[in-house]
Design a protein around this ligand. Sequence first.
Ligand code: ATP
Ligand code: LTN
Length: 329
Amino acid sequence: MNKQKIIFSGIQPSGQMHIGHYIGAISQWVEMQKDYDCVFSIVDYHAITVKQNPEELRRRIIEVTKIYLAAGIDSQKSIIFQQSAIPAHTELAWIFNCYGARMADLNRMTQFKDKAGENRESVGVGLFDYPVLMAADILLYDTDIVPVGEDQKQHVELARDIARRFNSEFGEIFKIPQSVVRQEGARIMSLLDPAKKMSKSDVNQNNCIALLDSPEAAKKKIMRAVTDSGIEITYDLVNKPAIANLLTIYAQLGTRQVKRLEKDYAGHGYGEFKKDLAEVVAKFLEDFQKKYNRISDDDVVKILEDGRKKAEAIAQKKLEEVRKLIGVR
Ligand code: ATP
Ligand code: LTN
């Protein structure tokens, strides 16, 4: 009997993937594969909570899968699947809408407030209900640990609340999951404004290094990145947030840790530091894209189909139990 802990996480195929996704999420998943049974999803039904162009969505689903693989997610070891391929996710979300998820909980979700903004009354219901679908994703697989960014912690809390309520009514059916937020690199900031996170939704693409940017373009973006006043290269989040962010990127994509970089760059200027960082980023992208380009669309179709079969067997079993408990079977 396999007793390894279970990890579940996912990314929406809704925009350009950037080094923030790699450093903040995917590279951590790659590490976790060593010690855990992992399930990674391309959460396309989350992506449609905001408007998507169908052609672009289709392309992004393949792109995100290739990015998982190129980053080192091993389809032999971990399950990789497309959320919409398994109807159990939306079905369980509906059941949670009726049992466990409360209006008051969803009204508290800060991401909904941020994303809906002024349009709270006119946005689609899906955007409001999004955390319930996320709870279904997580709870279907008896997940122990959910590695996510800081902004998703509240959603994992909600999944725990839903699981507890459901369990207290029907018995111990769902495992209570925990979120894990990586400390270093949890938030890669914009290259142009270190107060904002690097984001695929930003209009100015110079803020962000996409994983599929050409190495040359990425170098230019690094050279254009803002720095702080002063001349020293030190990790100081309060006084030098721009340099701290560049140091984090350097350490995460290169081979030297921040402490080592601080020592090595003592007495050297920003210009030299940025030039070296640009080379490190370019080299990382070159290697990454080599792996990415080796993966064909046909490979992706096969891997997703294989992942669907494996994930569906687990999800369907859990859903069947739930259906019985609530009295529809
Ligand atoms: P964006 O703001 O760029 O649209 P997002 O948070 O909506 O990004 P998701 O696809 O939801 O992007 O993110 C997937 C994962 O990547 C999440 O765990 C998220 O926290 C992480 N992530 C996204 N942007 C960054 C970043 N700049 N730094 C670190 N992690 C990030
Ligand atoms: N909401 C998450 C993506 C997501 C997810 C999940 C993450 C959907 N379902 C389950 C972890 C577990 C996001 O936008 N980053």
